[in-house]
Design a protein around this ligand. Structure first.
Ligand code: GLU
Length: 444
């Protein structure tokens, strides 16, 4: 009795799966499919199965598999079960044998062919509604290849049936496989599951996603300095919206409200602008400690972290840039001057340095050097009063001093920047500007 109840319960549970082939890195489209499956499972207290479709031994690589699993976890998802098709060949052979014995399949030249008589097939897709298939081009289909490996359609159907997957959520590009798969479910005596085909992901110009689009794998986005929550949030919006204006959703929030039937059927257009906006929102919401950790990791990876740099200094840099950071790579790139003294002055900043202000900058340096408490308020007071004494305007010195300190004419607030760099470094860099002028405009 107990076992029967359990079995009945098991068949009632919502069960979905993500079935990547480890023949490449996890792509944005695959990640979105994974995410929608995961959200749907979590929303309905169901089960999320990961099935690795590694039947193509020559093209499947461990490196890709590792990266796919890594990326899924990095994005904040988990799975309840994982299966590898490469370990299940015997099961596919048994099922093929069953079809042969029933006269529904036959062997030819080492391969097994499934024969079918076509009848009109209709599905009620959870996203697209009714889809009718009126014809199929052939009346047979290879199910086991002559190298003994199963074809995708065959192993997919057997696994979905045996793993009790009752909702198939996958990309729209698989619609054309659906009628063949339904014929196989029926021939094998399995119950046909529900289907939900997700809209295509389109490039910003509206067409199919092309190579020109740039980064398409999750790992590339990671390397570019996007936060996992931002990517997950962005992926969610590729075809789904909860019907409010709100666009910032954590996985925890989304898994309470996600419904597969709310997914649109029209193509989802990628927008880097939107991803950037979402990412900057998550960066601003991140703790300084976390950003410091990610920042350190990055600098160490590139062998770029000078030994004198401590946590406190890193934290001040993060605070300086946080508000204007779209992705972590901007932070890495824009803050280089905080770690190195020997940067060159930007070419387009040099016109600002045409006027020799060496004696005025010397006066400023002297005022700075006698300061006790080198904080941004005091720095600003000293700066303004020195400028006034010199009969200059604030901007006459702001620009050259900024270039002296950062190499560039744009950047975060000057007084904050001066405080972060600290007196010693600031004086050294002002010295360098003075000698630039003394040498007649040659970089020190
Ligand atoms: N391995 C297939 C793919 O990556 C899975 C398709 C499916 O979800 O049925 O496209």
């Amino acid at each position: 009795m107990q076992a029967k109840v359990l079995a009945a319960r098991r068949s009632l549970v919502l069960r979905v799966r993500f079935a990547p082939s480890p023949t490449g890195y996890l792509h944005i489209g695959g990640a979105r499919t994974c995410l929608f499956n995961w959200l749907y499972a979590r929303k309905h207290k169901g089960e999320f199965v990961l099935r690795i479709e590694d039947t193509d031994v020559a093209r499947s690589k461990k490196e890709y598999l590792d990266e796919i699993l890594e990326s899924i976890k990095w994005l904040g998802m988990d799975w309840d079960n994982i299966y590898y098709q490469s370990q299940r060949f015997e099961i596919y052979h048994q099922q093929a044998q069953k079809l042969i014995e029933q006269g529904k399949a036959y062997k030819k030249e080492g391969a097994v062919f499934f024969k079918y008589e076509f009848q009109t097939i209709e599905i009620d897709d959870l996203i697209r509604g009714k889809i009718t298939f009126n014809e199929l081009p052939k009346s047979e289909e290879v199910i086991i290849k002559s190298d003994n490996s199963p074809t995708y359609n065959f192993s997919c159907v057997i696994d979905d049936a045996l793993m009790k997957v009752n909702n198939i959520i996958r990309g729209e590009d698989h619609i054309s496989n659906t009628p063949k798969q339904i014929l196989m479910y029926k021939a094998l005596g399995f119950q046909v599951p529900k289907f939900a085909h997700l809209p295509l992901i389109l490039s910003p110009e509206g067409g199919r996603l092309s190579k020109r689009f740039g980064a398409t794998s999750i790992r590339e986005y990671k390397e570019l300095g996007y936060l996992p929550e931002a990517i997950a949030n962005y992926l969610m919006l590729l075809g789904w919206s909860p019907g409010e204006d709100k666009e910032i959703f954590t996985l925890d929030e989304a898994k309470e409200i996600f419904e597969i039937t709310d997914v649109n059927k029209t193509g989802a257009v990628l927008s880097l602008e939107k991803l950037n906006w979402i990412n900057s929102e998550y960066i601003r919401a991140s703790s300084d400690e976390r950003l410091v950790g990610l920042f350190e990791e990055h600098l160490k990876k590139d062998d770029f972290l000078p030994s004198w740099v401590d946590k406190e200094y890193m934290k001040r840099i993060v605070e300086l840039f946080k508000e204007r950071t779209v992705k972590l790579s901007d932070l890495f790139e824009k803050s280089r001057f905080c770690f190195y003294d020997d940067f060159a002055y930007d070419q387009d900043s040099k016109s600002i340095l045409e006027k020799d202000l060496s004696s005025q900058v010397k006066t400023l340096a002297t005022s700075f050097s006698s300061m006790e408490d080198f904080n941004k308020e005091n720095i600003e007071d000293v700066f303004r009063s020195t400028v006034k004494d010199l009969g200059l305007k604030v901007r006459d010195l702001v620009h050259p001093v900024r270039i002296a300190l950062t190499g560039r004419k744009n950047g975060p607030g000057l007084f904050e920047t001066i405080e972060v760099l600290g007196k010693e470094r600031v004086l050294k860099r002002l010295e360098r500007l003075i000698s630039y002028w003394e040498k007649g405009g040659v970089d020190a």
